[in-house]
Design a protein. Structure first.
Length: 311
């Protein structure tokens, strides 16, 4: 049995506009890395965290990676197993790209591999949700499920948990831009209305069903016209500078659809090819620069693999 492993886990785009907490997909970049080593001691220790500007706790009870790994070890009957964790953040915290999710997934995939893959990646999802609960107060799966399983996923139900992998057009790409402004996930979730009008709910159900159908049919027109959110986006968009201007730029430059990634401030566009995605990211970055906002951009196809072993 191997004693040490290095794992990469990918960022994700959650919600996918109309699918609040039930839709998400993985991307190739950015992501996080975890180095995990089995030790002779007892319990989990975090020896190093890089790339977080000192924001993340080294206390294993408060860190999403170690907390999720502890739940896993409790489940397999090895609660006191000696584990040392190094976390290397390769993506911005609070970006809306599943930063806590990527770290947690990398850690769970690492420990499960070291334990000779006792569980499937899909069976690891509930443990990853414990990390999300620690990070933002609610254990949602629309980040962790695609990060673990790769691809495009639908969470049909949370109780009981029912996760479905969806097909999608192979050539589809995501253009992602992260404006460097602060939108904490917890705060963004608290802004959302707790009650909605039935007529608005009906509209939203139709869009979610339309988006899923469009993915199955590989119908870009149906995907595009289904990427409308009347419940969450109107509130969350307030936190993103020039959100509707950014949408207009993306759509004019060939986007299939446009929206907020997770809780923001990252935005994304789905496109039919990499060239269009690259053009859109450049146009969006130019606009943000014109209003004195720095940004990072990523262009990626849908990641089909989920976490991978680096060495």
């Amino acid at each position: 049995m191997r004693k040490s492993i290095k794992v990469f886990a990918p960022a994700t785009v959650a919600n996918v506009v109309c699918g609040y907490d039930v839709l998400g997909f993985a991307v190739n970049q950015p992501g996080d890395e975890v180095i995990m080593t089995l030790t002779e001691g007892k319990g989990i220790t975090i020896s190093k965290i890089t790339g977080d500007d000192g924001k993340l706790p080294l206390n294993p009870a408060k860190n999403t990676v170690s907390a999720s790994v502890q739940h896993y070890l409790n489940h397999i009957g090895k609660p006191d197993l000696g584990v040392e964790i190094e976390l290397h953040k390769k993506m911005p915290i609070g970006s809306g790209l599943g930063s806590s999710s990527a770290s947690t997934v990398a850690g769970l995939f690492a420990i499960n591999t070291l334990m000779d893959n006792l569980l499937t990646n899909k069976e690891l999802v509930p443990f990853a949700m414990k990390g999300e609960e620690l990070a933002c107060g609610y254990g949602h799966a629309d980040n962790v499920a695609p990060a673990l399983m790769g691809g495009f996923v639908l969470i049909r139900s949370y109780q009981p948990l029912d996760i479905i992998s969806l097909p999608f057009p192979e050539e589809m790409h995501a253009a992602i831009v992260y404006p460097e402004v602060d939108v904490p996930t917890k705060d963004a979730r608290q802004m959302i209305r707790s009650k909605v009008l039935l007529k608005d709910a009906v509209t939203q159900w139709g869009n979610v069903a339309g988006l899923v159908s469009g993915l199955f049919m590989k119908d870009y027109d149906l995907i595009g016209r289904s990427m409308t959110d009347i419940l969450v986006e109107p509130t969350r968009s307030i936190l993103i500078p020039d959100f509707y201007k950014l949408r207009s730029i993306a759509m004019k430059n060939g986007a299939v659809g446009f929206g907020i990634s997770g809780s923001g401030p990252s935005v994304f566009a789905l496109t039919k090819d990499a060239e269009t995605a690259s053009k859109i990211t450049e146009k969006l970055k130019q606009h943000l620069k014109s209003i004195s906002i720095n940004s990072l951009s990523f262009v990626s196809e849908v990641n089909k693999k989920g976490p991978i072993i680096l060495d």
